[in-house]
Design a protein around this ligand. Structure first.
Ligand code: SAH
Length: 220
């Protein structure tokens, strides 16, 4: 962590403290994760009309009819990564506000993140640059197609709901890599799998509430 990071890490407020207490009560126990979620200014990641609700247990609008996941969902997915994944390189599909990206950037050496909506992509990119986060590569693209250049990652995390896992996302995962993704079939759930010799071992699952993973780019 750099000196620049400390500037925003100074931030904390009573709503954030309450959020963290609720996360602990719901089974989030990773100390560094809780500390990070206490200090990241989540109110800066949502539409300004909803910033007073930013620390509440609910998804919130981030623009373009998209939502930031509720804090517990972000914390559960991240805790799975911290438990099971090597913390080298991670690919995220669905940058959205950049909140999950910001959290990943503190734990992984390198984050690659893909967003299909240009305006969300631009805003998240600027937001994380202002926070002096330097280990994130941004791509305006369709996550179904994976990263535009050859990439091998330790983990893939998808924050939009699909009905099947895109091949490009499993192909770029190293052996023993971790995939976290919400799927809406046979019923909506989020799963955490490990790739083992091209077989998949399910490690965790839980309830899921996500916007859909859509095809193609939006350029406005
Ligand atoms: N992780 C985000 C949550 C974003 S919601 C956050 O912390 O704010 C899911 C995001 O996935 C939306 O921004 C949506 O535009 C994006 N998305 C949906 N389908 C996609 C696709 N095929 N490729 C890339 N991004 C996609």
């Amino acid at each position: 962590m750099t000196i620049e990071h400390l500037q925003y890490l100074k931030h904390s407020n009573s709503k954030a403290s309450k959020m963290v207490t609720e996360l602990q009560q719901k089974g989030i126990h990773h100390e560094a994760l809780l500390q990070l979620m206490l200090t990241i200014p989540r109110h800066d990641f949502v539409e300004s009309a909803f910033s007073h609700l930013a620390y509440s247990a609910t998804p919130l609008p981030i623009g373009k009819s998209q939502t930031i996941s509720q804090p517990l969902t972000v914390a559960v997915m991240t805790q799975w990564l911290l438990k099971y994944s090597r913390l080298g390189r991670v690919l995220e599909v669905g940058t959205g506000s950049g909140y999950q990206t910001c959290i990943l950037s503190h734990f992984f050496n390198k984050v690659h993140t893909i967003e299909r909506q240009k305006s969300l992509f631009d805003t998240a990119h600027q937001r994380l640059s202002k926070m002096a986060i330097r280990n994130v590569e941004f791509h305006h693209g369709d996550g179904h197609l994976g990263w535009p250049t050859t990439l091998k990652v330790d983990a893939v995390i998808v924050t939009a709901m699909a009905n099947k896992v895109p091949l490009a996302l499993t192909d770029c995962l190293k052996d023993k890599g971790i995939l976290i993704m919400p799927l809406d079939q046979p019923e909506p759930m989020i799963g955490c799998w490990q790739k083992l010799n091209d077989q998949w071992k399910r490690l965790e699952d839980g309830p899921a509430q996500f916007v859909p993973m859509l095809e193609g780019l939006v350029c406005d």
